[in-house]
Every structure is written in C-alpha cells, then in structure tokens.
Design a protein around this ligand. Structure first.
Ligand SMILES: [Ca+2]
Ligand SMILES: [Ca+2]
Length: 197
C-alpha cells in the first residue's frame, strides 16, 4: 500500500509538473501575445507623434520671411533698419585768411553718410553772416549731385582779398531741398574770413 501510494504520488507529481509546465508555457504564450500587441500599439503611437512633429516643422518654415534682405549703403527704402533709411547730408565749416588781392578759394565739403544706393542731390546757396556779398565774397548757388557710391563733394566760394584792416567776418553756405532719398542733418557751412591786414 505504502509503496503503491508512493508510486501514485510520484506519478501525480509528474503529471501535475507536466501540467504546470503546459500552463506555464500557455501563460508565457499569452504574455508574449500581449507584449506583441503592446509593441504594435507603441509603434503606432510613436508613428503618430512623428507625423505631427513633421507637420509643425514644415508650417514654421513656410512662415519664415525670405523676400527681405538687408541693403548696403543709404537711400534704400527696402533696407530693414531701426533708424531712417535716407542718406544724411552734412557740410563742413571753413576758416581761412582773406588774402590781399584777387580771390581766395574757400572749399566746403558736402558729405553723405554711408554710400548712396541711388543719386543724391541737394541745393546750396550763400547767404547771411557779417560779411557782405560781392565786396567780401562772390555770392553763388547751385546743386551738388552724388552718384551711387560717391560720399563727398566740394562747394568752392571765392573770397575777395584786400589790404583794408577789418574784423573777422563770416558768411554761410546753406543746404536745402535734398532729394527724397536723403535728409539734411547739418544745413549750414560757416565761412570765417580771417583778417590779415
Ligand atoms: Ca587782406
Ligand atoms: Ca581785409
């Protein structure tokens, strides 16, 4: 009895072990299937994420402005800048001895800041000051023109020389009427005639 029982118990153990192995395999298979479906879902999810990211990126690229480009020089309306685009015009002052005969050239420099991208013009004329036209200097007027890339021009005024003792006197060269691509920052050149008698 005891031997038989022991034998039976062994058989039962063997059978239950085999069953346990089968159950374990079944479970493993079940887990495996579950894992596979999860991977598939995860893959599908990541695919969806990737697609939406690509859409966002292409939208951003489309809205980036590509038609504007910074210009070099002044007077270009398309030049993106925080200050005004027009060329800035200035004129120098001249201080010189009168001379005793004939005329002495007083040379004023009219300058444009930066390099004009198109022709800049400005009118000029003598006037004002303590010096007298004709007797102390030759009155004159005109227009200076800066071709693209040109930044300086000169205006020459003739000062009349004599040997009469006089105080120092002044006359002005006034700038006006700049072309639309420019503005006048310093409108007045001061000519100082130094007495040399
Ligand atoms: Ca003199
Ligand atoms: Ca004099």
């Amino acid at each position: 009895m005891k031997r038989l029982d022991a034998k039976r118990v062994r058989v039962l153990l063997a059978v239950s072990f085999a069953l346990a192995v089968l159950v374990a395999l079944g479970l493993a298979a079940g887990v495996g299937v579950t894992s596979l479906s999860s991977v598939a879902e995860a893959y599908e999810y990541s695919t969806t994420i990737t697609t939406s990211t690509t859409t966002t990126t292409s939208t951003t690229t489309t809205t980036t402005p590509t038609t504007t480009k910074p210009g070099k020089g002044c007077g270009d309306k398309n030049h993106l800048h925080d200050r005004r685009f027009e060329c800035k015009i200035t004129i120098s002052d001249v201080s010189k001895k009168e001379g005793d005969s004939g005329t002495t050239a007083f040379v004023f420099t009219v300058a444009v800041s930066g390099s004009p991208t198109s022709t800049v013009t400005v009118d000029w004329a003598t006037g004002g000051g303590t010096a007298s036209p004709v007797t102390d200097y030759v009155p004159a007027n005109g227009t200076v023109s800066f071709a693209p890339g040109v930044t300086t021009k000169t205006v020459t005024i003739s000062v009349v020389g004599d040997t009469d003792p006089e105080p120092n006197e002044t006359f002005f060269v006034n700038l006006s009427n700049p072309s639309p691509n420019a503005y006048v920052l310093d409108p007045q050149g001061v000519g100082t005639i130094l007495n040399d008698d």
